[in-house]
Design a protein around this ligand. Structure first.
Ligand SMILES: NC(=O)c1ccc[n+]([C@@H]2O[C@H](COP(=O)([O-])OP(=O)(O)OC[C@H]3O[C@@H](n4cnc5c(N)ncnc54)[C@H](OP(=O)(O)O)[C@@H]3O)[C@@H](O)[C@H]2O)c1
Length: 252
């Protein structure tokens, strides 16, 4: 049997290397499930890998179907996976971590542990967005304990990771969640996610604004940062003694 998929055989710009076509239907190995993909989600790691980020043009596999994250319905299982999983709605993550065949296809096989039940109340789009962005945000918020009662500043609070970090910090009981943004639509998104205060980091003085809100020089317990190098001086200026920076990216 065949399936439709997008794939590449060499790295480079998307327009030059991405192809569409029919490939063999992947078979679930022992411990794996095969998911009929409903929504495929592209992650920065997908585009960076495909583009040959930092000059790495070597192909780890002869052919790669991109996309780490996605959602769909389990329609086949390998040995040692219960057949009761067949028909389950799931979200999947890291489909191409050390593997060749991601979710940008009609079907994708992943270890059963990476196919997480998707509640009926969540649609497939929401499920596909969970994956790496939400897991990154979860680590940034909770990796070293609870944020209950804390003041959390999410830099880039409307980005893929920041948007979840704002929600999780709020749900985790933070006393106050602040988000930095650069446009009105980002401000709306951060407020929708639960931010108590939104600061435009391009048009406002971030440090002065935070200090004014709390009438304190070092009011922040935890910074969650999308741009460690660019923001380090602000973070250091605002953090309390023993404050924490949880960062997931830096172009510095
Ligand atoms: N998405 C993931 O799952 C994930 C996981 C781990 C690491 N990362 C890495 O994290 C970085 C961002 O990825 P993303 O997916 O979150 O991108 P994204 O959805 O584009 O979000 C990035 C956000 O950061 C904001 N931003 C940029 N520079 C900033 C600065 N100096 N201070 C405050 N905000 C700033 C951007 O706003 P502007 O409009 O102002 O630029 C944008 O809203 C990439 O390097 C990516 O590889 C991503």
């Amino acid at each position: 049997m065949k399936m439709k998929a997008a794939f590449y055989r060499s790295k480079g710009p998307a327009a030059e290397v991405l192809q569409r076509g029919e490939l063999d239907l992947p078979q679930p190995a022992p411990g794996e499930v095969r998911v009929r993909i409903k929504v495929s989600a592209v992650n920065p790691s997908d585009t960076k890998n495909r583009a040959g980020h930092r000059g790495n043009l070597a192909m780890p596999f002869p052919l790669i179907i991109p996309h780490q994250d996605g959602s769909g319905v389990i329609e086949a299982v390998g040995d040692s996976v219960s057949e009761r999983r067949i028909g389950e709605r799931v979200w999947v993550y890291e489909a191409t971590l050390g593997r060749a065949l991601g979710t940008c296809a009609e079907y994708c096989c992943v270890p059963s542990s990476k196919a997480i039940p998707l509640p009926d109340a969540a649609d497939f789009e929401a499920g596909a967005c969970m994956g790496i962005p939400a897991m990154t945000a979860h680590r940034c918020v909770f990796a070293d304990g609870s944020v209950r009662g804390q003041r959390v500043l999410v830099l880039g609070g409307a980005g893929a990771v920041g948007f979840y970090a704002v929600q999780m910090a709020k749900l985790g009981g933070a006393a106050c969640v602040l988000a930095s943004v650069s446009r009105p639509e980002q401000a709306q998104a951060a407020i929708r996610a639960g931010a108590d205060h939104v600061i435009n980091y391009r048009s406002q003085d971030l440090v002065a604004s935070c200090r004014e809100i709390f009438a304190e020089d070092n009011p922040i317990d935890r910074v969650i940062d999308v741009a460690f190098g660019a923001n380090l001086s602000h973070s250091l200026a605002l953090l309390r003694v023993r404050g924490v920076i949880a960062t997931y990216a830096s172009d510095a």
